[in-house]
Design a protein around this ligand. Structure first.
Ligand SMILES: [Mg+2]
Length: 219
């Protein structure tokens, strides 16, 4: 698996990233952008409630007022429709844009998102519109193998930020030299999101997180 991912990872050079500065790899949904809020707003226009009362996605979609969640296949179709047409409408997470601008003064930034392929144009446009003109890779599955393949191309220190514990653990496994941080942007999700702060510092405030990333990559 790791070898397949390594072969499919683009070169940092082709992405326009220098290997003379540290590399910071950042997720989008629930890290740079308020996905749950945006997806919930989209679902409301389709007559569905998005109830953030457990750490789940499709199981949280209900026909308005219903007790039973929508079947998962219908939830998936709505998810695909959102990413194909509406993911450019989400709000940036509070403090995220300022933090990345600060980090980019002394580090290379790469956006690594597990959004589906149809999101590529909208997601790239969204980043640029919010002052984040950094290269974007859309990926699938646990992020450790592709992160390891990217990190292997630079002698510099590296950091990785995501909201999902499986991605953080995957990066720790495949790229142990990379500093990992968890950030959960949605306030409703924060108490529900599984964390392992002894492995990955959990910092939900972006100004604090930026300081911690800087401390890790400029040691
Ligand atoms: Mg995410």
């Amino acid at each position: 698996m790791a070898e397949t991912a390594a072969l499919s990872a683009p070169s940092l050079e082709s992405l326009g990233l220098s290997t003379n500065r540290p590399l910071v790899i950042v997720d989008v949904d629930e890290v740079l952008g308020l996905f749950m809020k945006g997806f919930g707003g989209f679902l409301a226009t389709r007559g569905y409630d998005f109830r953030v009362d457990r750490f789940a996605l499709f199981q949280n979609i209900y026909p308005a007022g219903a007790a039973e969640h929508l079947d998962l296949e219908a939830g998936r179709a709505l998810f695909d429709e959102f990413f194909g047409g509406h993911c450019g409408e989400i709000e940036p997470a509070p403090g995220a844009v300022e933090a990345l601008i600060r980090l980019s003064a002394r580090a290379e930034i790469l956006i690594l998102s597990n959004a589906p392929p149809q999101a590529e144009q909208l997601r790239g446009d969204w980043l640029r519109r919010h002052g984040l003109p950094h290269p974007l890779i859309l990926s699938t599955g646990p992020k450790g193998p592709i992160t390891a393949a990217l990190v292997a191309q630079t002698p510099q220190r590296t950091a990785f930020i995501d909201d999902l514990l499986p991605n953080l653990d995957s990066v720790r496994e495949h790229s142990p030299s990379t500093a990992t941080f968890q950030h959960v942007a949605d306030e409703r999700l924060r108490p529900l999101a599984p964390s392992a702060p002894q492995r990955h510092p959990r910092i939900d405030d972006w100004a604090e997180l930026a300081a911690a990333i800087e401390a890790a990559i400029h040691r």
